[in-house]
Design a protein around this ligand. Structure first.
Ligand code: ADP
Length: 258
């Protein structure tokens, strides 16, 4: 049975106090449960690349010294597993810091077009396997936000567009002002997200089956970080996606500084 507080008086104020204490206890219990789950999921996710690493190190130790093929294969695998672990640890640290209230936003008036333009240029320089198209709104759009956090959000969306989209296809970036609501959009022509999966994509460690099969170094944490950032801004996401056609993710920001 759930433990709670019973003050056992008929006094209305005391009953109210009792209710609010029990409410608080419930919320603390929930949050504790979520944190324990997060820690156990995180450990589990770190265990997989660690055992792969261990496997390759053992193989190197036994046969790799005289076999160049084994040597090359093991070094490649060790490189990619350590990269994956590094990303995972960075993302886990971001979430741990934000859970404990240590991450503060620096909200300022920003130009959404300039912000997107910069991330767009960055992507065209790093990735030559996709065609990037930027369609800024005709008028410059002013929004309120933490520019480096918003850029990080766009990078997460672009990273997914790249991961789940065949080489050579287009990735479109847009900015828009609809009914005074500033928004930015990342759209791809990739594998899409099943309707049943859409409500889960912001959950920590969630990855759809097709995404897991592609095994492209995803961690299942990118969108939970993006959601934390946009929630803090008082904004929201809209996802439009069709399997094998593509995905469009829109981020809408508040009209005014909150
Ligand atoms: P991951 O590191 O796995 O990409 P995310 O939290 O960024 O983690 O995304 C969660 C899941 O949402 C992905 O594993 C994938 O199933 C789905 N997803 C996100 N973006 C896209 C996209 N652009 N196209 C297809 N699936 C996507």
């Amino acid at each position: 049975a759930k433990e709670g507080v019973r003050l056992r008086t008929g006094n209305a104020e005391m009953i109210q106090l009792e209710n609010s204490i029990n409410n608080l206890l419930d919320r603390m219990r929930d949050s504790y449960r979520q944190q324990s789950r997060f820690v156990s999921d995180a450990s589990h996710e770190l265990r997989t690349p660690l055992s792969v690493l261990q496997g390759y190190v053992n193989m190197l130790d036994r046969w790799g010294k005289n076999d160049e093929k084994i040597l090359d294969e093991s070094i490649d695998a060790i490189k990619s597993e350590t990269q994956h672990m590094q990303k995972l640890v960075e993302q886990l640290l971001f979430l741990a810091r934000s859970d404990s209230g240590k991450t503060k936003l620096n909200i300022q008036a920003i130009s959404l077009n300039d912000m997107m333009q910069e991330v767009y240029e960055e992507s065209t320089m790093i990735d030559h396997k996709h065609k990037y198209i930027f369609k800024p709104a005709k008028e410059d759009i002013q929004a309120y936000g933490d520019i480096s956090m918003l850029k990080q959000t766009v990078r997460i969306l672009l990273d997914n567009a790249v991961k789940y989209t065949p080489e050579g296809s287009s990735i479109i970036l847009k900015t828009m002002l609809t009914n005074n609501t500033p928004s930015f959009i990342v759209q791809d022509e990739g594998i899409g997200i099943r309707g049943n999966d859409i409500p889960h994509v912001f959950e920590r460690f969630f990855r759809s089956d097709p995404a897991r099969r592609k095994d492209n170094g995803g961690t299942g944490l990118g969108l939970s970080i993006a959601k934390w950032i946009i929630d803090k801004h008082g904004g929201y996401f809209s996802i439009l996606s069709r399997e094998d056609i593509g995905t469009r993710i829109t981020v809408s920001l508040p009209q005014k500084n909150l």
